[in-house]
Ligand binder design. Structure first.
Ligand code: XMP
Ligand code: MG
Length: 181
């Protein structure tokens, strides 16, 4: 690919992503058979992962989307989440499975989980392709994790640098020259 030239190192290959996605889908399918959950994708990063995942989910589900941006102002432990786009359906008494590209500090998820809980969701779990456990500021462990990665900035498979590289089909580390231009 033309975009490959900006990538210094592939961290999670397409083959590995496919393998982990199928493994996660099997686990989730086993747990959600009779629950008719809403699978909630957090835009925009969830798109490639959620798209691949749901094709292997063998149970009835609804899809929902939210776009939230978090402002880490004030103290380290506070986060204000602005809802740019809200869910289009009620979550009261529904099982919720949040689909994320990556969990880093855990603040975004924490805010979204608190919000959905306050709306009366019956259960809330998270399936994430990537986890950066060393980045955690809030103690939270997603139930379903694809691949744990070290505390490095990655792009691809939904993850962006200044809105670019989301369409790269694997997860990689950018070359330093990209940040200079
Ligand atoms: P939290 O709230 O868990 O945020 O810190 C997770 C969100 O932070 C972004 N994020 C990244 N985006 N490369 C990216 O392109 C990364 O390495 C990275 N780490 C965190 C991402 O939007 C995620 O949803
Ligand atoms: Mg995100």
């Amino acid at each position: 690919m033309f975009l490959d030239q900006d990538i210094a190192q592939v961290l999670v290959s397409q083959t590995q992503i496919e393998k982990e996605t199928k493994r996660l889908a099997a686990e989730v399918s086993n747990d959600y058979k009779d629950k008719y959950p809403i699978v909630v994708g957090l835009l925009k990063g969830c798109i490639p992962f959620m798209s691949d995942l749901i094709k292997h989910l063998d149970f009835h589900l609804e899809m929902g989307f939210m776009d939230v941006s978090s402002y880490h102002g004030g103290t380290e432990s506070t986060v204000d989440v602005k809802i740019e786009k809200d869910l289009s359906m009620p979550v009261k008494d529904r099982h919720i499975l949040i689909a994320e590209d990556i969990v880093d500090s855990g603040r975004t998820l924490n805010a979204v989980i608190n919000l959905l809980r306050s709306r009366g969701a019956k259960s809330i779990e998270v399936v994430t392709m990537l986890d950066k456990p060393e980045g955690r500021k809030i103690d939270y462990k997603p139930k379903y994790i694809g691949v744990s990665i070290p505390k490095v900035f990655v792009v691809g498979y939904g993850l962006d640098y200044q809105e670019r590289y989301r369409n790269v089909p694997y997860v990689g580390i950018l070359k330093p020259k990209v940040y200079e231009t």
